[in-house]
Design a protein around this ligand. Structure first.
Ligand SMILES: Nc1nc2c(c(=O)[nH]1)N[C@H]1C(S)=C(S)[C@@H](COP(=O)(O)OP(=O)(O)OC[C@H]3O[C@@H](n4cnc5c(N)ncnc54)[C@H](O)[C@@H]3O)O[C@H]1N2
Ligand code: MOO
Ligand SMILES: [Mg+2]
Length: 413
């Protein structure tokens, strides 16, 4: 048990946490439920797409050699021997000077090697028979959508670990995935702590506040692709809290608590970790907000002791819990996307610790620019609502100036 608090660098803290990465199992779900889930197996084509040569136009299928004598003012007349739409097949072989009227998507009849568009033809009837007048010469294989031109059998299409988007859903449907193998979502318990907390349906009372962190984290967990399991708020009572946390740990893959990790008289988490015999990975990180963020492990179950201050809780989640979710889902990329952006305003507050400011980014004249989303104190909630990124300002002895290049962490909204 760590009693002293030695701040460790953020990257070191992330490294400590990711040692406990565990990969979840695979489950099969309906294709209609697959969007935003993580593909658990490589998607490899098991047939050509299209699986037959087909017409890209509404027109006539013909033998290009029958069009060699077509001149500008002397069209060629072909006998129309069939009529097929997409989904139908012309079963005979096309003979000399024959054509089949064909619609987009229909298979090229045997013997035909080109398609002429309807616009380049005139159809007429004579003695109860159909004919088409061809006004254009065609080349061998002209206007054919070839078997396998889109995807060749055996092509690796999408890697496992990729988040499924509507385009991938189109591929999965093309290859007949009625059930899709996806990474099972981790179940993550959420417990709020603090005798001051009211539930969201309770009226305010003197000295009390509504529990916003638990609901915020439920949203963050859903955004990250996990299943939140909310176990309510605990009052500052050691025995009851210890009992509840020990019980909940058995039901979840990971557990997050918010509040009670600092040095206050009612901050019970340090003692709870001790009672649990937990291995405390760190209890101070060289960052603002969230310096008191604590992560402990009981066997392979991580306990994320996030701060009670809303902004510190939010940042602690994004930096430390999100990578664990990504690795449980076996995502190709772990952690939220980082980019370089230009600071749009001065940020003069100096801090020896790295700062993660709730920010907004946008493109201006092709450049990514960013600025704080609102007031920056860790006990504030308002700026969280406006944030679409975290602006990382490395600790030091000087502030930052408008125009400085900074790293931003995109929250994925
Ligand atoms: N003497 C010191 N005091 C404090 C230190 C320190 O190093 N020395 N650290 C400060 C920092 S930094 C932070 S951050 C907070 C962390 O406090 P805890 O994680 O122990 O959280 P609590 O004390 O339980 O609550 C802090 C604050 O947040 C409010 N809170 C708690 N839970 C919720 C919730 N579910 N929804 C909304 N708001 C919540 C709570 O009412 C308090 O106002 O400690 C500083 N102090
Ligand atoms: O560093 Mo505390 O965790 O936000 O203000
Ligand atoms: Mg406290």
């Amino acid at each position: 048990m760590l009693n002293e608090r030695n701040p460790i660098p953020v990257v070191e803290a992330i490294k400590q946490v990711t040692k406990y990465c565990k990969k979840g199992e695979t489950e099969y779900i309906e294709l209609t439920e697959a969007r935003s889930r993580v593909l658990a197996e490589d998607l490899i084509a098991d047939h050509d797409v299209p699986s037959f040569d087909r017409s890209p136009y509404d027109g006539y299928a013909l033998r290009s050699e029958d069009t060699t004598e077509v001149m500008k003012n002397t069209p060629k007349i072909l006998s129309v021997v069939g009529h097929i739409g997409a989904g139908s097949v012309y079963h005979k072989k096309l003979e000399k000077n024959q054509a089949v009227r064909i619609m987009t998507g229909a298979p090229i009849p045997d013997g035909a090697d080109a398609i002429i568009m309807l616009e380049d033809t005139t159809t007429f009837e004579e003695s109860g028979k159909s004919f088409v007048s061809i006004r254009k010469q065609l080349q061998h294989q002209q206007n054919i959508s070839f078997k396998g031109e889109d995807v060749k059998n055996g092509t690796a299409l999408v890697n496992k670990g990729t988040v499924i988007n509507p385009g991938i859903i189109a591929l999965l449907a093309t290859f007949g995935y009625a059930q899709v193998p996806v990474a099972k979502k981790p179940v993550i318990g959420v417990i709020a702590t603090g005798s001051e907390l009211l539930e969201i349906d309770q009226p305010l009372e003197p000295g009390k506040i509504r529990n916003s962190n638990a609901y915020m984290m439920i949203g963050q967990l859903q955004r990250a692709g996990a299943i939140p399991q909310y176990y309510g708020a605990l009052t500052d009572n050691l025995e009851e809290s210890l009992e509840k946390i020990s019980e909940v740990m058995k039901e979840v893959d990971f557990l997050i608590t918010t509040g009670g990790v600092s040095v206050g008289d009612f901050d019970l988490l340090p003692e709870i970790y001790q009672e649990l015999g937990a291995d405390v990975l760190f209890n101070k990180v060289a960052m603002r907000p969230g310096s008191v963020t604590t992560v402990a492990a009981v066997n392979d179950t991580l306990l994320f002791g996030l701060s009670g201050n809303p902004s510190a809780c939010y940042v602690g989640f994004e930096l430390f819990t999100r990578p664990i979710i990504d690795s449980f889902l076996a995502k190709e990329t772990i952690g939220i996307q980082q980019e370089q952006a230009t600071l749009a305003v001065d940020f003069s507050k100096v801090n020896p610790f790295d700062r993660f400011i709730r920010g907004r980014y946008e493109f201006k004249n092709g450049q990514l620019v960013t600025e704080p989303a609102g007031k920056d104190k860790s006990n504030m909630v308002h700026s969280l609502a406006m944030a679409n990124c975290l602006i990382q300002l490395p600790g030091g002895t000087e502030g930052y100036k408008q125009g400085d290049k900074v790293t931003i962490h995109l929250l994925g909204e």
